[in-house]
Design a protein around this ligand. Structure first.
Ligand SMILES: NC(=O)c1ccc[n+]([C@@H]2O[C@H](COP(=O)([O-])OP(=O)(O)OC[C@H]3O[C@@H](n4cnc5c(N)ncnc54)[C@H](O)[C@@H]3O)[C@@H](O)[C@H]2O)c1
Length: 277
């Protein structure tokens, strides 16, 4: 099969629905010739296997992985080896979580965010990037690529709160992971900073279905307006395609870096058309 990932085996974490950024990364990776293996949270494996059947090519059953469970992380390399005896060339970390006290309709004000809940969101959304890199390093091939998912945390955003702080931490974690995996096996580590996409995780930010639809529409309008090339929250393929580019051999000199896939919105100060009138 031809394509920019032909001959490569890619491990994708983070599929929970067919809107997940991870799902569209796996889809494009298969379309680009990769063999894809996936992980999923252990309590939802049957659902994830069903979702994975919607991918264009055959995908092995999901390997259970809970990044908060050391045993689960410790067992990952052996499970991957069984499915991919020749090792993996790329790994996608598409995992984030924040307790309800920090995000959504019942979220507390930022200043009241409870320490243990902030620590949980940091563990799953930032620390786990390094934990996953450690877990997969034994089965990763020389010159591979690890990619994580970022949401530009350089400014304070309404509703994003402590998840923004976790993403700022993730950006730093990525730079340190890049040092060690690069030295160990010439593996690159990068983040893709995506614009907003309508997924389960995005819904958790705003809460109820009505609020959700309203806030996502507002965010979409803002993002689309701020982007010189336009943005669509209903098009996760843009992000999945870009993650595959970073997994490929076509960014051979990029590591410890952030690739912005947000329509350019975060690099463009946007005002409504009638702003100065
Ligand atoms: N949707 C957006 O607007 C957007 C924008 C930029 C970045 N991102 C990032 O993309 C990534 C994927 O999110 P998504 O939007 O596709 O949502 P999603 O809800 O489809 O994916 C989040 C995934 O995290 C997994 N997860 C949560 N806790 C876990 C744990 N303990 N162990 C293993 N997996 C766990 C969930 O099972 C789920 O598959 C996240 O890092 C998110 O912050 C999302």
């Amino acid at each position: 099969m031809s394509g920019i990932l032909a001959g490569k085996t890619i491990l994708v974490t983070g599929i929970i629905t067919d809107a997940s950024i991870a799902f569209h990364t796996a889809r494009v990776a298969q379309e680009q010739g990769a063999t894809v293996i996936i992980t999923g949270i252990p309590e939802r494996l049957r659902l994830i296997d069903r979702i994975a059947k919607r991918l264009p090519q055959e995908t092995p059953p999901a390997i259970g992985l809970d990044v908060t469970d050391e045993d689960s992380l410790g067992a990952l390399a052996d499970s991957v080896r069984e499915l991919a005896p020749n090792g993996v060339d790329g790994v996608v970390h598409s995992i984030a979580f924040a307790p309800k006290t920090l995000m959504g309709p019942d979220a507390l004000p930022f200043l009241d965010g409870p320490g243990p809940d902030v620590a949980k969101s940091f563990e799953i959304s930032a620390w786990s990037y390094a934990a996953l890199a450690r877990a997969v390093l034994p089965v990763m091939n020389e010159g591979g690529s690890i990619v994580g998912m970022d949401f530009d945390p350089r400014t304070a955003l309404p509703d994003y709160n402590w998840m923004g702080v976790a993403k700022a931490a993730l950006e730093s974690v990525n730079r340190y992971v890049a040092r060690e995996v690069g030295e160990a096996k010439r593996i690159r580590s990068n983040l893709v900073a995506a614009g907003p996409i309508k997924t389960l995780a995005a819904k958790a930010i705003s809460g109820t279905a009505t609020d959700d639809a309203k806030k996502l529409t507002m965010l979409n309008e803002y993002w689309d307006g701020a982007s010189p090339i336009g943005w669509n929250v209903d098009d996760p393929g843009v992000v999945g395609t870009s993650v595959c580019a970073v997994l490929s051999d076509f960014l051979p000199g990029t590591t410890g870096s952030i690739i912005y896939v947000d329509g350019g919105a975060s690099h463009n100060t946007w005002f409504p058309e009638n702003f100065l009138q």
